[in-house]
Design a protein around this ligand. Structure first.
Ligand SMILES: *Cc1c(COP(=O)(O)O)cnc(C)c1O
Length: 394
């Protein structure tokens, strides 16, 4: 390619990345400064405080890892798991499977608690598993399973772990800023997220936070952390609070400008208002989808407002339809993963992208493309139903 790259202007309503606000993109293009510049160090402190707000925590070790959400996951596992440990891992979708991979690559044993894709993690099974494996040192689970659109009960799961003297690793990549994440109230120990879902920032950064208990366990490690880059004892030398900061790696300066701006936007709106907005737009979308005759894949009580799994109607070709949405409406939605491939769509209403305009665009585009494919879809019902829902919420 010899010409500059200009991407098409899409509306991103898949499982991430989500739409990035122009304000955040503007921050990204500000002049690069050195990663030890006093102005940059001040920005780091501000990002830390804003992340503590987003995570609802006072944890001193709260920082953005310079790599995507998957690296946040890996940072939690490689620092808290030692060879020979036993870790209880809950799996009800794709991301629990990756947790298992992480545990095994640390030389530890993963004891799996499996639930069907589309179900929430069953807390009774977790309690029973602690009874049969009292030597488990950690419980790991996904709060918001993006592969299915299901929310699990993080507070209850953290309480079970605490009763059995285990620490917790919690994936909040899709939940942070979309639904309530209260790290301190839950008593969670190592929590990671990503910038590209409900924080609606550019992809490539992973906010993490570690409790004092988790830091203590890291300090007491007998084995070196297998990853040099993600070893928190080394990362702390750069990000760790007061005093001198030592070079560890070059922070992604401009991406951190962007993260700072997106966190500022979150604080200006307020967490509660952001959660309420996600819920309102979710309800409008569901009302519209059901009015055109589609069905949701997840029971209402476990649904994530930011990730809506919809059953693909009989006879509709998933790939053809999503290509039509992309080429005719510049609209991206997600397909199903694993066992749900070809069976569900995943419609994201994440962060900046969670707004009534996107709800309307998605309903209109789906209705038109489904009709083009000859699917039996009720015409002209979806938008009024969605609007009626928004009106009752107003
Ligand atoms: C997206 C996602 C990840 C991985 O984040 P990346 O930024 O893609 O590395 C991890 N867990 C969950 C639940 C996710 O939705």
């Amino acid at each position: 390619m010899t010409d500059s790259f200009y991407p098409p202007l899409r509306t991103l309503m898949g499982p991430g990345p989500s739409d990035v606000s122009p304000r955040v993109l503007g921050a990204l293009s500000r002049p690069t400064i050195g990663h030890l510049d006093p102005h940059f160090l001040a920005l780091m402190d501000s990002i830390k405080a804003l992340l503590q707000y987003a995570f609802q925590t006072d944890n001193a070790l709260t920082l953005p890892i310079s790599a995507p959400g998957s690296a946040g996951m890996e940072a939690c596992f490689v620092n808290l798991v030692s060879p020979g440990d036993k870790v209880i891992v809950c799996q009800n979708g794709v991301f629990g499977g990756r947790m298992k991979e992480n545990v095994e690559r640390c030389g530890a044993t993963a004891v799996m608690v499996e639930d069907a894709w589309g179900d929430a993690v069953n807390t009774d099974k977790v309690t029973a598993t602690f009874k049969t494996h009292p030597d488990a040192t950690l419980l790991a689970f996904v709060h918001a399973e993006t592969s299915t659109g299901v929310r699990s009960d993080a507070a209850a799961l953290c309480a079970i772990a605490a009763e059995h003297g285990a620490l917790t690793i919690v994936d909040t990549v899709t939940s942070l800023a979309g639904i309530e994440v209260c790290v301190d109230a839950w008593g969670a120990d190592a929590v990671y997220s990503g910038t590209q879902k409900c924080l609606s920032c550019v992809p490539g950064i992973a906010p993490v936070t570690f409790s004092d208990r988790a830091v203590e366990r890291i300090m007491q490690r007998q084995h070196k952390v297998q990853s040099w880059f993600l070893d928190m004892q080394l990362v702390m030398g750069y990000w760790g609070g007061e005093g001198k900061r030592a070079y560890h790696h070059t922070a992604p300066i401009n991406a951190l400008y962007a993260l700072h701006e997106s966190l500022l936007m979150l604080r200006e709106e307020g967490l509660e208002a952001a959660h309420a907005r996600h819920l309102r737009n979710h309800r409008a979308l569901v009302a519209g989808l059901e009015a055109m005759g589609l069905s949701m894949a997840v029971p209402a009580k476990h649904r994530l407002p930011q990730l809506n799994s919809v059953i693909i109607p009989e006879g509709v070709d998933d790939a053809v339809l999503r290509n039509a949405l992309l080429s005719e409406f510049d609209l991206e939605i997600g397909g199903g993963l694993g066992a749900l491939a070809g069976k569900t769509w995943r419609i994201g209403l994440m962060g900046f992208a969670s707004n009534p305009r996107n709800v309307a665009l998605c309903l209109q585009a789906l209705e038109a493309t489904l009709a083009q494919q000859g699917a039996s879809v009720l015409r002209g019902k979806a938008l009024p139903a969605a609007q009626a829902e928004l009106d009752t919420a107003a």
